[in-house]
Design a protein. Structure first.
Lengths: 108, 108
DNA sequence: ATCACATTTCGTCATTTGTCGAAATATAAA
DNA sequence: TTTATATTTCGACAAATGACGAAATGTGAT
């Protein structure tokens, strides 16, 4: 029950849902995510912590950045992420457009 | 996005998850739910309001009681409820056992 | 119409949550 | 090793949330 609750809570926040939506497109670093969501670095970092704790994302170093990306090794998480993909929403679509163009070398 | 968020928030609370789990077995009234969850009547009522507002449950009068039951007319809700059914959890299983036996005439 | 009782609403309270800026940490580059 | 910079942690704060009991509401039965 706790695993399920963590996932629901993690995806029950608009900022985190937007982050997960963007990460379904490609891995991103904190700076890039911040550029699109608009919150402070520490706030983004906190959201990522909650998503990581719910087993939804994980991270890997790439040069001087940390790339966050969706996990694909948990069946329940996969099913829920599939539902996220089916959401039809203007904000989420805008975010994807911006995420495509965002380039860390310009903003970090 | 809002519809999705409401569902996630609604199911991100242990009491509400337990309620939904029980309602997947059979319709129940506030008194019966209260008997198993243990919170006050007003607390249960509030949880039901949140679940109703997320389109997860609805209600119908039956004699002097109001029976709450899961909705089956929303595709997204159905998919999420399917995930709930797959949760393997002691507390949820206990609740189902109790829900089978609970009888409103004895407690209301 | 009144009564009994199932349910909801209201006001209040403690806890949790999302947010921020500043400070701390970590690490790649000079 | 020092510097620059990407990220996290910390402490504080306002807002949201879950809980309660009491009062209000609604409704079937007498």
């Amino acid at each position: 029950m706790n695993k399920f609750l963590k996932i629901m809570k993690a995806l029950g926040d608009p900022s985190r849902l937007r982050i997960v939506n963007m990460l379904s497109l490609k891995p991103m670093c904190v700076c890039e995510i911040r550029q699109i969501i608009g919150s402070s670095m520490s706030t983004i970092s906190n959201h990522l912590k909650i998503l990581r704790n719910a087993n939804i994302i994980t991270s890997e170093k790439e040069e001087r950045f940390i790339n966050y990306h969706l996990r694909t090794d948990d069946e329940l998480v996969n099913k829920v992420l599939h539902l996220v993909k089916d959401i039809s929403d203007k904000q989420l679509q805008k975010d994807l457009q911006k995420a495509k163009k965002v380039d860390r070398v310009n903003i970090c």
